[in-house]
Design a protein around this ligand. Sequence first.
Ligand SMILES: [Zn+2]
Length: 139
Amino acid sequence: MYQIRIEFTFDSGHRLLDYNGKCAYPHGHTYRAEVFLESQTLDKLGLVYDFTDLKDRIKSWVDENWDHAFLLNSRDSELIAGFSGVAMMRLYQFQDENPSCEVMSRELYQKTAELCGVAPAKVRLWESVSQYAEYHGET
Ligand SMILES: [Zn+2]
């Protein structure tokens, strides 16, 4: 089995709705994403997937949607209303779910499958140097 991995970082703000603790406050992270692809076979070029293509597709989606954006639960009406008058603002809403590291890793997994035409083996998303969440495909 072959495995390849790409890695990139992005910066986002978020908060966890209904959470009892520090993460209830709006704050931000420099996230580090790792996307893993696996294959039993290689293409004619000897590749699982072209690193450049893989990174371009995923990173450009993240740049447009999550980087320097605020990630919110769609039920977070307080922050959605608060940001509504801000001209230079990017919001990304998760439908009735908190923008936790777990939910974000699943979203990135699904976007990778959609954009690259191949389901990754897993996505690992680091929220800090000591904490990450992973989402694996269902097998
Ligand atoms: Zn956080």
